[in-house]
Design a protein around this ligand. Structure first.
Ligand code: SAM
Ligand code: SF4
Ligand code: SF4
Length: 348
């Protein structure tokens, strides 16, 4: 393999944003059919998932991560689809952990495959942090959302297994959608107080084209802050670093921290340092993109690391995405006829 030549300088996009984070989708498949992400009417029998040979191999993914690290990427999040479906994922984590410059590796999962053994293997592989998605604490609501009859108790077991394996500060992601699970907000806040888990409430987003998103379904995070504050007093906490996705709050009584991801009502494009790599090796420079840049062909046609690095630099330097900001300003994007890519394809 050729040596990667790094200038040592962070690469900036056309809006002067560095590339710090890489989200890697390792599969487009999932064992859930969350109604807001992979609705059964679209992702049911007959849906054409990516054939195995089209997926990047774990070694190809690690090689691309190495190229990104050479131009300033410091944090990797592994996601999907459901990332724990991917075999030997722990080997990928080990390879990424060994890359110079990578400071943090995290994984987002629906928690259904976090057995005690798997959680221990993930910890041993070098995974630093875990986020588990859980949108409600009552089975009726959770099953209506996951649409595969999956019970809450098994996700809670997964969280416990992760904790027992040594993961601390586990994050719990809850997408809040009006008329669906708004009652779950206080349940989740209460359940995870004093546990060290940080619940992060996410505004329902218009990702992809299949979930029938409507602005009326979005509950502004500021309303949720008011609701929780009325029950358990909150105070704002300053961000850990510029560009942190979640706005942080803590309980005044010392019961812990919670967060809010305000992608719709308070966009944070100005600090967005995230790139996304799909399971087939396309590079997306925005969650709401309509097209990716194919790195797999380049990789499989024998490109050197330097050529890969040049390609990634050119893509990042040409980046001008700020979808949420434009949406907030009332712009209608993308132009009609161009479909936004699905979340399960590029990873959340
Ligand atoms: N399957 C894993 C999981 O559910 O955690 C990882 C992939 S999933 C696409 C990543 C995150 O995206 C999850 O927390 C999920 O709730 C969130 N998500 C999916 N569709 C969303 C939407 N339309 N708006 C906001 N968040 C969404
Ligand atoms: Fe699967 Fe995660 Fe999407 Fe739910 S949110 S369908 S668990 S990828
Ligand atoms: Fe980043 Fe695109 Fe989201 Fe803005 S809309 S924060 S550019 S991913």
């Amino acid at each position: 393999m050729s040596a990667i030549i790094s200038t040592g300088e962070p690469i900036l996009d056309s809006l002067a944003r560095p590339l710090r984070d890489l989200r890697i989708s390792v599969t487009d498949r999932c064992n859930f059919r969350c109604v807001y992400c992979m609705p059964r009417e679209v992702f049911g029998p007959g849906y054409a998932f990516v054939p195995r040979d089209d997926l990047l191999t774990l070694e190809e993914i690690a090689r691309i991560a190495g190229v990104f690290a050479a131009i300033g990427m410091r944090k990797v999040r592994i996601t999907g689809g459901e990332p724990l479906i991917r075999r030997n994922l722990e080997h990928l984590i080990e390879m990424i952990d060994a890359i110079d410059g990578v400071e943090d590796i995290s994984l987002t999962t629906n928690g259904s495959m976090l057995s005690p053994g798997r959680a221990t293997d993930l910890k041993k592989s070098g995974l630093k942090r875990l986020t588990v998605s859980l949108d409600a604490l009552d089975d009726a609501t959770f099953k209506r959302i996951n649409d595969v009859d999956y019970p809450v108790s098994r996700v809670l077991d997964g969280i416990e297994n992760a904790r027992a394996a040594g993961f601390s500060d586990i994050k719990v992601n809850a997408v809040v959608r009006r008329g669906f699970n708004q009652h779950a907000v206080l349940d989740l806040a209460k359940h995870f107080r004093h546990t060290g888990c940080i619940v992060r409430f996410i505004e329902y987003m218009d990702v992809g084209e299949t979930n029938g998103w409507n602005l009326d379904d979005v509950i502004p995070a500021s309303d949720l802050v008011d609701e929780i504050d009325a029950r358990y007093e909150l105070e704002a906490v300053s961000p850990n670093y510029p560009g942190e996705v979640a706005k942080r709050w803590r309980y005044r009584d010392g019961a812990g921290e919670i967060g809010f991801i305000t992608s719709v009502t308070q966009s944070f494009c100005g600090d967005c340092s995230r790139a996304r790599l799909s399971a087939v090796g396309e590079l997306y420079t925005c969650l709401f993109a309509t097209r990716g840049h194919d790195l797999r062909d380049l990789l499989r046609s024998g490109a050197s690391d330097t050529q890969l690095l040049q390609a990634v630099c050119e893509i990042w330097q040409g980046r001008n995405d700020r979808y949420s900001e434009l949406r907030a300003n009332g712009a209608s994007i993308p132009v009609s006829g161009q479909a936004k890519v699905e979340m399960s394809h590029i990873g959340g």
